[in-house]
Ligand binder design. Sequence first.
Ligand SMILES: C[S@@+](CC[C@H](N)C(=O)[O-])C[C@H]1O[C@@H](n2cnc3c(N)ncnc32)[C@H](O)[C@@H]1O
Length: 208
Amino acid sequence: MTNSIAKTPILGRIKTRLVRFLGAWGVFFKGFIKHPVMVGSIMPSSDITVKKMLAPVDWENCNLFVEYGPGVGTFCRPVLERMKPDAALVVIDLNADFIDYLSKTIRDSRFFPVHGSAADVQQIIADLGHEKADYILSGLPFSTLPDQLGPKIAAETYDVLRPGGAFLVYQFVKRARDFMAPHFAHIDSGYSLWNILPCHLYWGWKAK
Ligand SMILES: C[S@@+](CC[C@H](N)C(=O)[O-])C[C@H]1O[C@@H](n2cnc3c(N)ncnc32)[C@H](O)[C@@H]1O
């Protein structure tokens, strides 16, 4: 009886999602314990934050989407679900354990996990055959990055975006906007209360 219930599709799907969530959360928590400042958060972002952050993206005109600090991939699956079949998602993380986890768990020919620093985005996408990105998403803990790294990442990001592209940033503190402001004349902002901790959302648009 119990076995036949467990085999019904809906329960099977719930079980798969639960196992995936607990597995991902365990890897993320371990990453936080090992490198608390670099990871900067105890929990991955919520589904609501993901939806809000991605809402303004024009997927029809997105050929290259880049993500800084994907962690265990909270945004990766939703981005891949929305992306065109011929687009690419390049994710860059300093933590080798996260990149290893993503490489093993996300099988998609459009997905390129890279172990490295967001500060090297220009070189990383060039090595993969791209000149410009349409959108760049950042989950980096901007306010705790080592000195001068935040300004360098913001400058590199602006250079690498195509005109009309956008830099999407979410962070617990408003300071992330200070890094964007010298480059992006137009910054939209929002807030996600349903997140641990609640976070500020910013969309910096590069002029067309
Ligand atoms: C708050 S976590 C974001 C996790 C995930 N994006 C989410 O929303 O659940 C920050 C991530 O940034 C990564 N990170 C920190 N500094 C970095 C850097 N300079 N370049 C790339 N990734 C970095 C950390 O390893 C971590 O995975």
